[in-house]
Design a binder for this molecule. Structure first.
Ligand SMILES: Cc1cc2nc3c(=O)[nH]c(=O)nc-3n(C[C@H](O)[C@H](O)[C@H](O)COP(=O)(O)OP(=O)(O)OC[C@H]3O[C@@H](n4cnc5c(N)ncnc54)[C@H](O)[C@@H]3O)c2cc1C
Length: 420
């Protein structure tokens, strides 16, 4: 995106008095403000304004589901035959300008307080950055030998380049954050170790184990979890094979597109609701279709069958009905509409959960779904311990995880200021 393109995009902003776009942004970025500064070609000032609320403009500008967040609230987009201002592209442009020009944000001098952050995904990175900017010593503990979490091993290269991501992370670390890689909580150290060594702890180690459908055949060879496939990058050979992906969200889209690019003969995405109800971004569905992924909307997998390994799935058609008290239409199986679909692999992409052996060992109160229970400030049931992002059931998007990290950083600062 060059400056001329961006100039045309910013001119479309009405600078609405009420700025509904800002309310649509999980990070509450001052969108009207940074677009105005961009219009005036004050790019550095636009970056500094964005930096008050986010450390991930280059990332969020590319991967946020904008049509469901800021752009979905844009007044221009609500007017008939008119498109929303492309806020994401403008945000990415400003973030990229900052990387290119090496613009930095100032950190306050260090205080005598130290905080441990577990997990180097968007929640952990953001929490660490806001703490360090405000003068706290921060150390990130990360299981892998790299940072970024799902930004690195979930969202594929074709949507978010690894080189760019590394630059974003390096910039955050330049604030003066320590990192300990290859360090897994529950294995290499315990929560108690951190409680003894640090003044406060933030847990942001995500929830990246694929959920199961609880249908027959899920233990057969050839059935995979989408999250694990992407994180461990240990795909089987798809050449000439037929793959069924179960799910209708962005993870299902990324998994299906990744597998198609690895030369699978056919990739079906099976989702029990209609295309309109699908949680995936419209844009992502369109791109998957363009790349040859086939969609079976309003279809539900009943079972996976095969002698030793996957040979076929049993599928049933669904209709959508309005159930009392539900905002969303519910899928109901249509009797006798069952059929079989031959396939070689089945990949589950219907949701994820945190590793129970780890969360159960922390001595923290969990919610009904096995996630870490937090209050509105991200405080857990232990005095020194805060949490946020996917492991605490925050809405699973980058911006919501990042917001959780930022909110927890401010709550930790308040806690530390009040503690002797
Ligand atoms: C395939 C896929 C595509 C997605 N696409 C989008 C998208 O386009 N847009 C969007 O907004 N959202 C998207 N999401 C959701 C978004 O990526 C997540 O909501 C967000 O990354 C959650 O951030 P987090 O910090 O809570 O967790 P994570 O990003 O999972 O980060 C957790 C970190 O903790 C580390 N960790 C795990 N266990 C341990 C341990 N025991 N000890 C120490 N460290 C540990 C992990 O290695 C990781 O670095 C996608 C998710 C997936 C799976």
């Amino acid at each position: 995106m060059n400056e001329d393109d961006i100039r045309n995009k910013v001119l479309k902003c009405f600078s609405c008095v009420k700025s509904p776009c800002q309310k649509g942004c999980p990070l509450n970025n001052d969108i009207k403000g940074f677009i105005k500064l961009t219009k005036e070609e004050k790019y550095k000032e636009a970056f500094l304004l964005l930096s008050e609320t986010t450390v991930l403009p280059s990332v969020c500008g590319r991967v946020c589901p904008h049509s469901k967040q800021c752009e979905g609230k844009c007044v221009r987009g609500i007017i008939k035959d008119s498109r929303a201002v492309e806020i994401g592209k403008i945000e990415a442009f400003i973030g990229d300008m900052a990387l290119k020009n090496d613009w930095t944000i100032n950190s306050l001098p260090l205080k005598n307080k130290k905080v441990a952050v577990v997990g180097g995904g968007p929640s952990g990175l953001t929490c660490a950055a806001f703490l360090r900017k405000n003068g706290y010593n921060v150390t990130i503990y990360e299981k892998h030998n790299y940072l970024g979490g799902l930004l690195y091993h979930g969202i594929p290269q074709f949507r978010l380049g690894k080189k760019l991501l590394r630059k974003v992370i390096d910039k955050i670390l330049e604030l003066g954050i320590d990192v300990r890689l290859n360090q897994s909580i529950g294995k290499d150290f315990s929560l108690e170790d951190l409680e003894n060594e640090y003044d406060a702890v933030f847990l942001g180690f995500g929830a990246n184990l694929s959920s199961k459908m609880n249908i027959p055949g899920e233990d057969l060879k050839g059935v995979y979890g989408g999250n694990e496939l992407l994180e461990n990058n240990n795909h089987p050979d798809y050449e000439g094979k037929v793959v069924v992906v179960s799910g209708g969200g962005d993870v299902a889209m990324d998994v299906a597109r990744t597998i198609k690019r690895k030369n699978a003969k056919k990739v079906y995405v099976i989702y029990r609701r209609s295309e309109k109800e699908s949680p995936a971004e419209e844009n992502e569905i369109r791109k998957a279709k363009e790349e040859g992924v086939e969609f079976l909307f309003k279809n539900n997998i009943l079972g996976i069958y095969g002698n030793d390994r996957v040979e076929k799935v049993e599928v049933i058609k669904t209709e959508l009905v309005k159930k009392e008290g539900d905002d969303r239409l519910s899928p109901v199986n249509i009797e006798k509409s069952n059929y079989y679909l031959s396939c070689d692999y089945v990949v589950m992409a219907i949701g994820s959960h945190p590793e129970s052996s780890i969360v159960n060992s922390l001595g923290l109160v969990l919610d009904k779904r096995g996630r870490i229970l937090i209050d509105k400030d991200g405080h857990t049931s232990k005095e020194k311990v805060f949490a946020g992002g996917d492991l605490a059931g925050t809405k699973s998007t980058v911006a919501f995880a990042s917001r959780a990290g930022r909110d927890a950083a401010y709550a930790i600062m308040k806690y530390l200021e009040n503690s002797v």
